[in-house]
Design a protein around this ligand. Structure first.
Ligand code: SF4
Length: 595
């Protein structure tokens, strides 16, 4: 297929061998690239019921037909694996330039299996590949790892790496991307650690993307860029404040979770808002490859420097654990990046521990909401598996189970929830419950409709139409992650733009309908994978707090999530049976074999 190299690099770490593998055109037509390609390869190749930290687990990185072209925000790329946190299929998405350079080196993806006998990393440079020892780097944080890799491999590299958290197989460990971006969620860093793989380096590469009609693509891209320049969110809000612009908005709506989702707003939240970050901490703005939005920020907090914090991080390490000191929160965010820990799951699991302490179940009195003096030390203890950090690093589901109090774990399928109280937007809540990767806001971002009226405002507390819209959003995101394009481009663009880009790049007559059908195929294959791994209807759930306990104050007061009724409707719209299993006729329509 044009737009792709039509091949991936398979890396067998057991035997330290590399193998170029051709990807058949039919597979690319059905699954495109990025997340879709990764999901198909994982489903085909991974044996059932495998321990995610066993060497046989696969780590699959993949870009799509937009990668390395002139399409705006094409620097994103995907990761697919089996998660040690959820025990199900996991997809993740990160930015920067790694995916583009990987494609320039001739590969649409890298599929890694097995484990090295000793810590190591591998390098891909043009057509050459090599595995090198990393015993010296083992134990280094991600910044020091990047510095050392640059000394060895040169400054013009892009790299993925783990920090001590991944090495120690912490279930909330991230894979860091050039030390500051992340494949954050799902404990994917532990999968890389279980392979003794400290880093992956790409450099050089001169492979050009084969494009069907460059002039047509230029014309379509010009229209898209003009649109990005006029839509307020992509023109000014994201570039100026980054995602943290959401703090004040979500707090005003009474759905900004405070103290482990016990409250929905706090007047001190403004102290950690995007506006404050911009005023006090931001030094420079930056962006991923080919991105006109540039939502990233280089910041300085006290005597530390780094990137971010993003909205979810500032919340998770701040108000959700009762902390409103911007410097402290930002420094904790930097530390998570250095140790290679997912900020959302880190904050979510600490919040769970604090509520357990509040209930008298954890005896350590320092572990109380608002105690900022322990935060940085706690992040370190999680990464290094020390004291209470051992339990917190397992994630909130296992932590709470240890104390027979699973109701205080704010998670779905084992993945800690992000920074929107589901009682404040019930379509968004249904998205959390049904996301194939667990408690995730990105899989079908209903907040865009329920909160931001983009493209149209719908009431955030009513059920009508929510399951149908969510299915559409989830299928749409699956295709965006497969093309690959940044979710934030979606504030200005949409599938009609992406279909035109695909036509110009591949010469194939894509339209919105067939792109959505590919998204639906991907979503259903993920569902089948999870069913095969033992997940079922009971995992499409929410913590009981959101179903039984209304918020007591703020403008989302008195609302709960009518999950069961929405779920029934959702299964119907999806073409699944009453137990949430895709029906045979749906699988036939989507050309999916039961796995
Ligand atoms: S909008 Fe932000 S995250 Fe998306 S591609 Fe641009 S810089 Fe990267």
């Amino acid at each position: 297929m044009k737009g792709l190299n039509n091949k991936i690099l398979e890396v067998d770490l057991n035997h330290e061998k590399f193998n170029e593998v051709h990807i058949p055109e039919e597979l690319l037509l059905d699954y495109i690239g990025g997340r879709g390609l990764g999901v198909k390869l994982l489903s085909d190749k991974l044996p059932p019921n495998l321990n995610p930290l066993a060497p046989e687990n696969l780590l699959i990185f993949a870009t799509g037909p937009f990668g390395g072209t002139i399409v705006p925000t094409n620097g994103r790329f995907s990761l697919v694996t089996k998660s040690p946190l959820t025990n199900g299929l996991f997809y993740s998405n990160s930015g920067g330039s790694f995916g583009v350079v990987m494609k320039r080196c001739g590969y649409d993806g890298i599929l890694i299996q097995g484990a090295l006998k000793e810590p190591g990393y591998f390098v891909i440079e043009d057509g050459k590949t090599e595995i090198k020892g990393a015993s010296r780097l083992w134990g280094y944080d991600t910044e020091k790892t990047l510095d050392d890799l640059k000394k060895i491999e040169g400054n013009r590299i892009n790299s993925l790496m783990i920090g001590p958290a991944g090495e120690n197989l912490i279930k909330i460990a991230a894979i860091m991307n050039d030390a500051a971006r992340a494949f954050g969620r799902g404990g994917v860093g532990a999968v890389m650690g279980s392979k003794n793989l400290k880093a992956i380096v790409v450099k050089g590469g001169d492979s050009k993307v084969d494009i069907h009609n460059r002039d047509l693509l230029k014309k379509y891209v010009k229209v898209a860029q003009d649109k990005i320049k006029v839509v307020p969110i992509t023109r000014s809000s994201l570039p100026k404040f980054g995602t943290s612009a959401l703090v004040n908005v979500i707090n005003i709506l009474g759905m900004f979770p405070i103290n482990n989702f016990q409250k929905g707003s706090d007047e001190r939240a403004t102290q950690v808002s995007g506006e404050e970050i911009n005023r006090k901490l931001t030094q420079e703005h930056e962006g991923c490859y080919a991105c006109p939005i540039r939502c990233g920020r280089l910041t300085k907090a006290g005597d530390m420097k780094g990137k971010g914090p993003e909205y979810e991080s500032v919340w998770a390490l701040g108000p959700n654990i009762g902390i409103y000191d911007l410097i402290m929160v930002t420094q904790a965010n930097y530390l998570c990046n250095k140790y290679g820990i997912d900020t959302i799951s880190c904050g979510g699991s600490i919040a769970c521990a604090m509520e357990l302490q509040e209930k008298g179940l954890i005896k350590d009195s320092s572990l109380k909401f608002g105690n900022e003096s322990i935060l940085k030390e706690l992040v370190k203890k999680i990464a290094l598996k020390e004291d209470i950090g051992v339990q917190i690093g397992e994630g909130s589901r296992i932590l709470s189970k240890n104390y027979n109090s699973e109701e205080v774990a704010m998670q779905v399928k084992g993945l800690e929830l992000p920074a929107y109280d589901p009682r404040g937007a019930i379509g968004h809540a249904l998205g959390y419950a049904t996301s194939n990767r667990g408690g995730c806001h990105l899989t079908g971002y209903m907040a865009s409709l329920e909160i931001f009226a983009a493209p149209k405002k719908i009431d955030r507390f009513t059920m009508a139409g929510k399951p149908d819209l969510l299915v559409l959003k989830q299928n749409q995101k699956a295709i965006e992650d497969s093309l690959v394009i940044c979710a934030f481009a979606g504030w200005a663009l949409g599938l009609d733009y992406y279909a035109r880009f695909m036509k110009a790049i591949t010469g194939i007559d894509y339209d919105v309908i067939n792109l959505l059908e590919i998204g639906e195929r991907i979503y259903n294959l993920e569902r089948l994978f999870n069913i095969r791994e033992g997940l079922n209807k009971k995992d499409d759930s929410l913590p009981p707090r959101f179903i039984k306990e209304p918020l007591k104050e703020g403008i989302s007061k008195d609302h709960i999530v009518p999950l069961e009724r929405m779920l029934e409707q959702y299964y119907y719209v999806r073409g699944w049976d009453k137990d949430g299993v895709p029906k045979p006729e749906l699988l036939e329509k989507l050309k999916i074999k039961r796995i």
